[in-house]
Design a protein around this ligand. Sequence first.
Ligand code: ATP
Length: 248
Amino acid sequence: GQTENVLEVNNIEVIYNHVILVLKGVSLNVPQGGITALLGGNGAGKTTTLKAISGLLASERGEVTKGSIKYRGTVIQHQDPADIVKSGVVQVMEGRHCFEHLTVEENLLTGAYTRREGKAAIQRDLEMVYDYFPRLKERRKSQAGYTSGGEQQMTAIGRALMSKPETILLDEPSMGLAPQLVEQIFEIVKSVNENEGVTFLLAEQNTNVALRFAHYGYILESGRVVMDGPAADLRENPDVKEFYLGMS
Ligand code: ATP
């Protein structure tokens, strides 16, 4: 049988400030247990798409004005962000967004605030996060604001994991990081996906690395999906090579 799509975005239009039309009918499917990449250049609409899903558009004066967003069959586009988190979808924002004055470990623990389990379960998950990110264990007592860019990205992903998500929306994980670190972060995403079964939808400008780790990709241009396909096919596509992989 076919894999179930946990997330279905159907022909959405997004408008900022009542006038600026940014998404012009975007559709995409995110299969359960997969890594799906949302690709495209600066301003293509990747972040807007992720925020439309996580409910974070409202705080930016953005609005889904057409189409639908369904998570496990339920329309979520008018739900509160907190309810969307409760249904299992959590976004890791672009630019890492740690609480700079809290320690790395305190940051991770903030990810568990909606959970009702006791301390033991949360402690177990903290250890799980430290197993994926040994570097965070070493830095756990450091103030997050004083850790490196890579460590802050790890903290942001680790905090998302602490909410026990089913699906992580990951915005531009490679941003500002050295190639070796980017590789390391993507390796960890891959093992979290494989071992914990977490579904990923990730926005990336770094097409090259994203298509090596994702299973399926969508390419956005000016608020429209211009191409989509299995990552392996996109990697071999002449247009993708010429315009996105920089090796025509
Ligand atoms: P980036 O890599 O720069 O984040 P992106 O593909 O994620 O690019 P978006 O951030 O979604 O693109 O932006 C898409 C378009 O929407 C851009 O033209 C941007 O200027 C515009 N935009 C984004 N946020 C707002 C906002 N709050 N108000 C008005 N316009 C916005």
